[in-house]
Design a protein around this ligand. Structure first.
Ligand code: ZN
Length: 250
């Protein structure tokens, strides 16, 4: 599979700006200007770290805080006398930029790949990896687990076990859609590890189903991506699925 597609036409107007002009703009506009100039997509689940310069994340946090204050005003919440909400805009801005959406603003975690010296070629399963994400539609939490199955070959690169968790966190810490999240994770691992087969299963609770909408407390969404040998060989696929520890449903 190819990496996420670049949008063919960007709708934002292209106006040339000098560095001095850019410096006077809010950080979000500066970053957007660079993205548009480079013709890069900046959807909710895209990483834009390469377009953010030093110090700009602090500026972004301040901007988000000011806008969230306006949201609270619009919700007719008296943030001045209500001690519970006085710092809410600040807390939420920090949480968005530094934690739950950090995978948009931070560079890919550094991962050392090493050659498959032992020529491992047996099914390898990593997981369950705890997933913390947010849905792009409601910005509600998505909490769940991911399992990764790999069938390396002698040319595959191996990465340390903890790195799977770090790559997974980096992709999930963005407003996501579960189907796109697993595909992004698969693309990243395929490119790095280059296995013969790759399988990913994600099982998650979408909180937009719990505290709004149908309020269904039983629903978990399960989806999977199967590539290479996992796609071609039903026995391998079955073996992988049967070995997933702690899965709720079969
Ligand atoms: Zn949702």
């Amino acid at each position: 599979m190819s990496p996420p597609k670049l949008s063919p036409v960007n709708t934002a107007p292209r106006i040339f700006r000098t560095e001095e002009e850019l410096a006077r703009l809010p950080a979000s506009e500066r970053i957007r200007y660079r993205l548009v100039a480079a013709d890069r997509r900046y959807h909710a689940n895209d990483n834009i770290a390469a377009f953010v310069r030093e110090g700009e994340l602090d500026e972004l946090k301040a901007e988000v805080r000011a806008k969230l204050d306006e949201v609270l005003q619009a919700l007719v919440i008296d943030t001045e006398s209500d001690h519970n909400t006085q710092e809410t805009a600040k807390r939420v801005a920090k949480m968005y930029v530094e934690e739950i959406f950090a995978g948009r603003y931070q560079a890919m975690p550094s991962v050392t790949e090493f050659p498959n010296a032992e020529r491992l070629n047996e099914l390898m399963i990593v997981g369950p990896i705890t997933v913390r994400s947010a849905c792009s539609h409601h910005l509600c939490p998505i909490l769940g687990k991911v399992w990764i199955g790999l069938l390396p070959n002698e040319h595959s690169n191996l990465i340390g076990l903890s790195k799977y968790t770090r790559i997974c966190d980096w992709i999930m810490s963005r407003p996501q859609i579960q189907e796109e999240a697993v595909t992004m994770l698969a693309n990243e691992l395929q490119e790095r590890v280059k296995p013969d087969g790759l399988g990913i299963v994600m099982e998650a609770d979408h909180f937009c189903m719990h505290w709004r909408g149908v309020k269904d407390n039983q629903s978990a969404m399960v989806n999977s991506v199967m590539r290479g040998a996992f796609l071609k060989d039903p026995n391998l696929r079955r073996e992988f699925l049967s070995l997933l520890p702690n899965r709720k449903a079969g």
